[in-house]
Design a protein around this ligand. Structure first.
Ligand SMILES: Cc1ncc(COP(=O)(O)O)c(C=O)c1O
Length: 389
């Protein structure tokens, strides 16, 4: 078995162009255009949240995703927080979220005192298992006054936040209809999925809200930042207001009409995003090529591993390349050690987040997942890293 680790790590490292460089998991691609625009913004002195690039970047996101309103914020997490606030979520409520997940949606629930309620994911889609969810809701819920309550805790199940894991998509139309049936608000964590579509509609635009992240590791970046997506004029107006500390201008005076949050994206960051989004289509094309290249060279050439491949009916951004271990005998930590020693900065995928101490106490679907999710490795996914010229 020892040689298998060397074999796979050599196979993967051979796919890179040069040998001795560290292959980062995901590096931002920042070039002269970004330098130029940053210099322009610095010279203008509008480095904070006042300045033209926030609006300009928002317009570009709206055009690309075909959403009515994109509101640039300081992070994807703050966008999740605002989504839950404007859905009136509080400590009396439960919010359905996937177990296999990034931590942000669970934290956003906790900011408001709400209980995350963890549900299982599907191996096929890496998101909520919709068949299991339907059976589960039938079993654990009761309906009163058009609302859905958890029989055991007595709390209202008021929202659901599916995550498009690593940019891959699932049947959001089906989830939307389940949520509608149970009167559950749908908020899409599409932080990693800019450029992913379900049946030609951009993800993050199906629910009441969607969110994006422009953190340094995302498909495009603003350094740090995020966006809230909504098709509602009223909700967009409210979101702009509370994310700007609920400021009300009265002639030469400023008032505050409710609790507000300092969540606005600075002009400096928006300027980077405004430049980056011009390359998005090109990046997605290269990422799709990379996915095909890895499938050809890994999935089709040996029996121990496969590269995750999105099924039909969708058009995803292939943001992160996932290596799935098929052979039970292979120890993931040992493989990661070999890959990292070979300068390949591979990493384990998320764990089920309901295992963390501060989240353990919240409701959870009885664990029926096998260990599929613990057998996923993230591979360096910069579109230019792999493809040999
Ligand atoms: C799936 C997912 N949700 C939410 C977030 C939160 O975004 P941010 O880091 O911009 O707060 C991230 C970002 O890392 C993410 O990957």
């Amino acid at each position: 078995m020892k040689n298998i680790y060397e074999e796979i790590s050599n196979t993967i490292s051979r796919l890179y162009r040069s040998k001795n460089k560290i292959r980062n998991l995901h590096k931002p691609i920042l070039k002269d255009q970004e330098k130029k625009i940053l210099e322009k913004v610095i010279n203008s002195s509008y480095v904070s949240s006042v300045g033209p690039y926030v609006k300009k970047f928002e317009k570009k996101i709206e055009k690309f995703t075909k959403v009515k309103h994109a509101i640039c914020l300081s992070s994807g997490t703050s966008a999740l927080h605002i989504s839950l606030l404007l859905s009136d979520i509080n400590s009396q409520h439960e919010v359905l979220i996937p177990k296999f997940n990034f931590i942000a949606s669970a934290n956003a629930c906790r900011y408001l005192g709400a209980s995350p309620h963890f549900v299982d994911c599907s191996e096929k889609t890496l998101c909520i298992d919709l068949e299991k969810l339907e059976l589960y809701l039938k079993k654990i819920c009761t309906r009163r006054g058009g609302k859905t309550f958890n029989i055991r805790t007595g709390k209202q199940i008021k929202a659901c936040i599916p995550t498009y894991s690593y940019g891959y998509v699932f049947n959001i139309v089906k989830l939307k209809s389940i949520c509608k049936r149970y009167n559950i608000t749908l908020i899409e964590d599409s932080a990693e999925a800019l450029g992913s579509f379900y049946k030609n509609k951009h993800v993050g635009t199906f629910g009441k809200f969607g969110i994006l992240s422009f953190n340094g590791n995302k498909i495009i970046t603003t350094g740090g930042g995020g966006a809230l997506l909504t098709n509602s004029n009223l909700l967009a107006k409210k979101a702009r207001h509370i994310s700007n500390v609920s400021k009300v201008f009265k002639k030469y005076d400023i008032h505050y009409d409710q609790i507000g949050y300092n969540y606005k994206m600075p002009n400096l960051n928006a300027a980077i995003g405004y430049t980056q989004i011009n390359n998005l289509k090109k990046i997605i094309k290269k990422k799709n090529q990379l996915n095909k290249y890895l499938i050809k060279n890994i999935t089709n050439s040996q029996k121990y591993f496969e590269i995750y491949k999105q099924k039909n009916g969708s058009n995803c951004n292939n943001w992160m390349q996932l290596l799935i271990i098929k052979d039970k005998k292979i120890k993931i930590n040992k493989l990661l050690l070999h890959l990292n020693q070979n300068n390949i900065q591979a990493k384990r995928a998320w764990s089920n987040i309901n295992k963390y101490n501060y989240l353990k106490i919240f409701p959870s679907m009885k664990n029926t997942n096998n260990n599929f999710f613990s057998k996923i490795i993230l591979l360096p996914s910069n579109e230019f890293e792999f493809i040999k010229k």
